[in-house]
Write a protein that binds this ligand. Structure first.
Ligand code: GLC
Length: 485
């Protein structure tokens, strides 16, 4: 069925062109895999000042934004691995930073309206419109609310992937008014949320199939703790909710060929990992010793489990183990870590930056990867860590629960360590277990090997997406007969 299936994949970021987090990796990798499987895929992203790739002009047209009109310029990235369009407008996207602007709701409202216009004007009517996160979700509303007038739109089946439910794009009603859809749509069973417009909610209510980026995350979303106020809306659409864990590009993340690390290695020859460790210790100014070297590579934002790190770090360092941290974010955390590093000279390396080459060297040279996220819809770093034989210690949530096998409960077949309760005690207890096993050289080497052979490729997620696409078609047909939305 994949042959000639036309897919339009819409997201706010896409590697290698522009990336903030995991969403960018997924947009850069999943469409490519779908293309390999025979689908006719196109990607659409918004423009950005940092997007420094040659493009070709494809056209421009006016986009209605309430009573105003803005111009959309469509460009195509030259030689992109998958046909990739950039939606541009000097006012909204001639800036740096994908997110974090005061008018983000309006910027992405423009993006959605422009994608809708592009579908209407360009010679590519997709079978599947695959939207991602709140920035793209209102496109679903535009398609469905205009299909009575433009019948061809009803042929489009819509899949909506939620990468992070916490960010919902809630804004006041004036943003809703920009879309020019009927006033009656602004109702609680559609897009209204406590008097506001909720972009995430439009995606949930208008998509044919909704999916989370892991099975556990799909379940967690239905609870008040992880539903972020939308658990009720999701429960209403539970029949249409799926979960597909992400993959990573195993060709670009490969310790056997990675040209940024000091010594290449594979599951059959792990000794190269030791060389990387020594070089990493040297490069970071750490003592060259055979003690467990812990790593954290993360954006420094609360949901990444930062409130558990202080005490755990203290525990690690007191016992003369080592720690390297790479990532930037909230200054408060940077200060907290800086205090630790003064207290334990030679044992800690703090790197408050995003540096992808350094990240590779840390994945290759460290022993234990810490990822105590409070919630983690999927998580990609634990997959990369395993690929590089760095044993993850993770909280049992979302994709972390679905991708790591706990060695304690599955002795001899685990790929990392999992703690159930989000507490300092549970995290530290699990770190202690990891250190104990590290000292059993034979068992540790086997654990490292098992982590390395885990298949984290896109092969199986991509075929799951193809099944979801076909389910979306079925749902869309049912809807047309029954008249949902
Ligand atoms: C978001 C989630 C992360 C996931 C990524 C890609 O960043 O927080 O868990 O891996 O999206 O789906």
């Amino acid at each position: 069925m994949s042959n000639n299936l036309k897919v339009l994949f819409v997201a706010a970021e896409c590697t290698p062109f522009i990336k903030v987090g995991g969403l960018g990796d997924v947009t850069g990798e999943l469409p490519l895999k779908l293309k390999e499987l025979g689908a006719d895929v196109r990607v659409v992203i918004p423009g950005n000042k940092d997007l420094d790739y040659p493009t070709e002009y494809k056209g421009d047209f006016p986009v209605k934004m309430g009573w105003k009109e803005e111009t959309c310029i469509v460009r195509e990235i030259i030689n992109a691995p998958v046909t990739t369009f950039v939606i541009d407008n000097y006012h909204y996207f001639g800036r740096q930073g994908v997110y974090g602007h005061r008018d983000d709701s309006e910027r992405f409202a423009f993006f959605c309206s422009a994608v809708y216009e592009m579908i209407m004007r360009f010679d590519f009517m997709p079978d599947i419109l695959h939207l991602n996160d709140w920035h793209t979700a209102p496109t679903a509303m535009l398609i469905r609310e205009n299909e009575r007038e433009h019948h061809q739109l009803s042929q489009i089946s819509i899949v909506y992937t939620i990468h992070n439910l916490e960010y919902q794009g809630v804004s006041d009603r004036s943003i809703f008014n920009l879309f020019g859809v009927k006033e009656v749509v602004f109702k609680v069973d559609k897009v209204e949320y406590y008097g506001c417009f909720n972009a995430m909610k439009t995606g949930i209510n208008y998509a044919d199939i909704i999916n989370a980026v892991s099975k556990t995350s799909a379940k967690e979303m239905l609870s008040p703790k992880f539903g972020f106020g939308l658990e009720g809306v999701l429960k209403n659409r539970m029949q249409a909710l799926r979960g597909v864990v992400n993959g990573i590009n195993q060709n670009t993340w490969d310790p056997e060929t990675d040209k940024y690390i000091w010594s290449n290695y594979s599951k059959d020859n792990i000794s190269g990992k030791k060389k990387n460790k020594k070089e990493l210790q040297k490069a970071l100014g750490l003592k060259i010793e055979d003690v467990p070297l812990f790593s954290v590579i993360s954006r420094l934002v609360p949901n990444k489990g930062l409130d558990l790190m202080n005490r755990a770090f203290e525990y690690i360092l007191k016992a003369n183990n080592q720690l390297v941290l790479l990532g930037s974010g909230e200054k408060y955390y940077e200060k907290m870590f800086a205090e630790l590093s003064e207290k334990y000279p030679g044992l800690v390396s703090l790197n408050f930056e995003f540096n992808s080459e350094k990240a590779r060297r840390i994945y290759a040279g460290s022993d234990i990867f810490l990822m105590p996220s409070l919630y983690e819809p999927c998580g990609l770093s634990q997959l990369i860590a395993m690929r590089y034989g760095t044993v993850p210690v993770v909280h049992k949530t979302g994709g972390l629960a679905d991708t790591v096998i706990d060695e304690t409960r599955n002795q001899g077949s685990g790929t990392g360590f999992i703690f159930n309760t989000y507490s300092n005690e549970a995290f530290i207890r699990t770190i202690r277990k990891a250190i104990n096993l590290y000292n059993n050289k034979k068992a540790w080497a086997e654990l490292v090997k098992r982590a390395m052979v885990r298949d984290s490729s896109w092969d199986s997620p991509a075929s799951e997406y193809l099944s979801i696409y076909s389910e979306a078609k079925t749902e869309n047909n049912k809807r047309k007969h029954k008249g949902r939305t």
